[in-house]
Design a protein around this ligand. Structure first.
Ligand SMILES: [Fe+2]
Length: 368
């Protein structure tokens, strides 16, 4: 990293890039009690009021302190590392959130965490969240099997996302269910609730309280790994799956929920944002026949991959396990079971990513 000041222009070279630092950009970051509230770190003035003719008259870097003087007489100093953090695009956007590790059925070692009482501010929670962001899931072992203990655990990370199903749901065979999840049949890989607005719940938790049946295995598929496979091997299908907008609908006697989205949604950088796969509740619109035919071929491709042994993890949740997984990246399901063999009881709930992102950023201040 190098800093150069010439003719009112300050340039910083970092990672093979040279950044010209704009005087206003620097000024609106100028540290100091008169500019930023000590407790909240929020700016105490309106940055658009900074004079646009502002110039840098002097700049000097000594160790990590970058001292600057402006032509209106105001001066101050910055920690150059704070500036560098913002020049690094990846760090600036993702902070401590690690790169994903895409996986398939060959994944040897499951990401696991041991439950601890009051673990929210401990290194173990930092490790748990790091694994969650890498793999899209983590199994938390030895959680007390008390009714609704899940809510206590999840609320320690952030407020549980309540829906029209309530704060939590019981996955247990029950008479006259309003959802297929409550019947002991197999549930093929799917994502939950794509019909919700503004988006499907980000994270799902399933806490196993009892599992006395011989079937009822849990399944997980890395949707982004499948998407990557299709991108490499079948570009036409990938194009169709990332551009065909489907409608998703849920209805019961009280409500009709609807939203739209692609089976594979990309963000504006072309990175994976979300997969949706809930074939009991999706409706493709009447687009042109030719496009529809390509879409139906593509849907067959993705459906076969989601259900293939190449990508699916199959395992049995034990009482005391919490399975935490990314509902925008992973698909989940279960094998059938015989409800007459014994009890199978899971409790589930949702959480949004701002809670896990926020906690990870907070914990990274302590442990990174
Ligand atoms: Fe589900």
């Amino acid at each position: 990293m190098q800093v150069q000041f010439q003719k009112n222009s300050l340039s910083v070279s970092h990672q093979d890039n040279v950044f010209q630092l704009h005087p206003v950009w620097l000024r609106e970051r100028l540290p100091g009690e008169e500019y930023f509230d000590i407790d909240t770190h929020q700016r105490l003035y309106e940055p658009s009021s900074i004079h646009l003719e502002l110039q840098i008259t002097k700049a000097e870097l000594v160790d990590t302190q970058l001292s600057i003087e402006f032509n209106d007489g105001i001066k101050g100093s910055y920690n150059i590392n704070d500036i560098i953090k913002e020049l690094d695009e990846k760090q600036n956007k993702k902070g401590p959130i690690p790169d994903r590790i895409l996986w398939n059925a060959k994944l040897k070692k499951f990401p696991e965490a041991q439950f601890e009482v009051d673990m929210i501010d401990k290194k173990s929670m930092y490790n748990l969240l790091m694994d969650f962001y890498k793999y899209g899931f983590v199994i938390i072992k030895n959680v007390p099997t008390e009714n609704k203990y899940l809510l206590k655990f999840v609320n320690s990370i952030g407020p549980v996302k309540a829906t029209n199903f309530g704060e939590y749901f019981d996955v247990i065979s029950k008479p006259n269910p309003n959802d297929l999840a409550y019947k002991p049949i197999a549930l093929p890989p799917h994502t939950d609730n794509p019909y919700r607005k503004p988006a499907a719940p980000g994270i799902q938790f399933l806490h196993c309280l009892k599992n006395e049946v011989s079937g009822g295995f849990s399944t997980l598929v890395d949707g982004f790994a499948v998407a990557e496979h299709i991108k490499k091997n079948n570009p036409e299908a990938f194009e169709s799956l990332t551009s065909t907008n489907l409608r998703y609908q849920f209805q019961d006697k009280d409500i009709i929920l609807e939203n739209w989205g692609e089976l594979i949604e990309l963000d504006k950088d072309g990175d994976y944002k979300q997969v949706r796969y809930s074939t009991r509740v999706d409706y493709v619109p009447p687009i042109e026949t030719e496009k529809l035919e390509i879409f139906y071929q593509a849907r067959k491709v993705i459906s076969e991959l989601y259900c293939s042994s190449e990508f699916e993890l199959k395992f049995k949740l034990q009482p005391g396990d919490i399975m935490m997984f990314d509902n925008h990246r992973l698909l989940h399901g279960r094998t059938a079971y015989d409800a007459n063999e014994g009890m199978r009881h899971l409790q589930g709930c949702y959480l949004e990513f701002d809670s896990t992102d926020g906690k990870l950023r907070h914990l990274a201040r302590k442990f990174q």
